[in-house]
Design a protein around this ligand. Structure first.
Ligand code: G3H
Length: 496
């Protein structure tokens, strides 16, 4: 159970502690932040409201710890990550319980998130050993005017302190996708979890603590964005920021100093359906892609662009599947669970009402109870409706009927987002052409968008982000190249 057994240390009465200098601590602020359960809409947990002074202390500790960690052999860093991964998987049940209570993730998916996270950490350890174990040797005589008298040895070195800010929808998985690469590459890591999801993240951090990482190397500060948000992202001690979330990321990128940024800021992933597609496959992927975790995934299908000739058939198939979805609490493993906050539910409702006023066809009756919104397919959506462009992050999906592929590509590319997209057709040549034409970081052919498997590159264009994630890309991003040049007194030619 959360906060008990090996996790008892992380709880101080009713408030979860923050993690600094290898210890669990109560904030000197004496204040806490409430975490509201999306299902009950009652306070479920409390976390510390850390102060700016505490953030400063964390940064000082991280700086010292990082220096020693960078001198720790790579194989030892990997060994500790493997240990943390095993502990994380061993304690999947209490961590999943937090995900159910804090973010209303269906119970089965919550367990999957923790197991996937353990696998991600192990894979990162293995990948790190390979790619960081290799460097480059360059010789000077390939560049005009040079003899072979300079040998350049380059390798990857850590950046220093990485600040990780994951989103509410994957507070464990999208935290370890930053923590693992940062640590294997020799960095220290400061985690600022989302408020909803913070308790799951604190449990996850405790697994790293139990694995025996040096004190100060990993820290986790909780609290109000208004108090420590900007303070963290603009802190002079931070050498790299990895953020996943909404358009706060745009503000962060404007304020952050000269540090590498990795940002993933959402999407309006288009699903283009051609006439020759396997329509059963299309319907299954629209439902899975648009409605899993109630549409609260940056990679969810967020607009269907379908050829008019097959639209009726697909809409009918999707409706039949939606009717079978179980709607209710996450504890009962329902397919559709309450969205994360009341304000999210209100925002979704605003998009739905706008579409209603402008004449969209409601394939189901709009129904909402508290934060719980029943799945809804909106047909005959037109570009003048907000839902054609905005990201609901909820279980409502617009369908725009098109008369040509060009029309679909035009709508997709007119979006300010460009995370992922998908195209359904049996014609591979067309699929490749459409993929090339879509301004999205990734295009899936004949499947719904998805970030995983977690070692695949994952990146957004335009307002969807900066940089590329995925295990290898994140490790590389959290390092810089260091060169040493050996200058010989006279040219030396091998076997000359
Ligand atoms: O919400 C953003 C996540 O990166 C999506 O991940 O495709 O595994 O659901 P997912």
């Amino acid at each position: 159970m959360a906060g008990t057994g090996v996790f008892a240390d992380i709880l101080d009465g009713e408030v979860y502690k923050y993690y600094a200098d290898g210890e669990w601590r109560a904030s000197g602020s004496g204040k806490s932040v409430a975490i509201v359960n999306p299902t009950t809409r009652q306070t479920q947990y409390r976390v510390q409201a850390c102060t700016q002074e505490e953030v400063n202390k964390v940064m000082e500790g991280a700086k010292v710890a990082q220096k020693a960690w960078a001198r720790t052999p790579l194989w030892k860093r990997a060994e500790l990550l493997h240990k943390a991964a095993a502990i994380l998987k061993e304690h999947k049940a209490p961590i999943a319980e937090c995900l159910v209570k804090e973010i209303a993730k269906p119970a089965k998916d919550a367990v999957t998130e923790v197991v996937r996270s353990g696998d991600l950490v192990s894979y990162t350890a293995e990948e790190g050993v390979r790619i960081l174990g290799e460097g480059k040797l360059l010789v000077s005589d390939s560049f005009p005017g040079n003899e072979r008298n300079k040998y350049c040895l380059s390798s990857k070195v850590p950046l220093g302190i990485v600040l990780a800010i994951p989103p509410f929808n994957y507070p464990v998985n999208l935290a370890v996708s930053k923590i693992g690469p940062a640590l294997i590459a020799g960095n220290a890591l400061v985690l600022k979890p989302p408020t909803q999801g913070a308790v799951a993240a604190l449990h996850m951090v405790h697994c790293f603590h139990l694995a025996g990482f040096p004190k100060g190397l990993i820290s986790c500060v909780t609290g109000k964005g208004s108090e420590i948000g900007d303070f963290l992202t603009m802190h002079p001690g931070v050498n790299c920021i990895s953020f996943t979330g909404g358009d706060t990321g745009i503000a962060i990128s404007k304020k952050a100093g000269m540090v590498p940024l990795q940002m993933e800021l959402g999407g309006k992933d288009a699903c283009i359906v051609l006439e020759d597609a396997d329509l059963d496959l299309v319907a299954a992927n629209i439902v899975k892609g648009g409605f899993s975790y109630s549409g609260q995934r940056c990679t969810a299908v967020k607009v269907v662009l379908i050829m008019e000739t097959v639209a009726d058939t697909v809409v009918e198939k999707v409706n039949a599947k939606l009717a079978k979805l179980k709607v209710g609490p996450p504890e009962d493993n329902c397919d559709i669970t309450p969205v994360v906050t009341e304000s999210s539910a209100n925002f979704i409702e605003g998009l739905v009402m706008d579409a209603k006023e402008k004449g969209a066809t409601f394939c189901q009756e709009y129904r909402r109870e508290g934060n719980l919104i029943w799945p809804l397919l909106l047909d005959h959506v037109r570009p003048d409706m907000r839902i054609a462009w905005e990201e609901p992050f909820g279980p409502v999906l617009p369908v725009i009927r098109i008369n040509s592929v060009e029309e679909g590509i035009h709508h997709c590319n007119a979006s300010n987002f460009g995370l992922q997209g998908c195209v359904f057709t049996r014609d591979i040549n067309k699929a490749i052409m459409i993929s090339d034409a879509m301004e999205s970081g990734t295009v899936q052919i004949n499947s719904a968008p998805a970030r995983g498997p977690d070692h695949f590159p994952f990146q957004g264009l335009k307002d969807s982000g900066i940089g590329s994630q995925g295990i290898t890309n994140s490790i590389n991003m959290m390092t810089k190249v260091k060169s040493t040049v050996i200058n010989l007194p006279s040219p030396s030619y091998t076997m000359g």
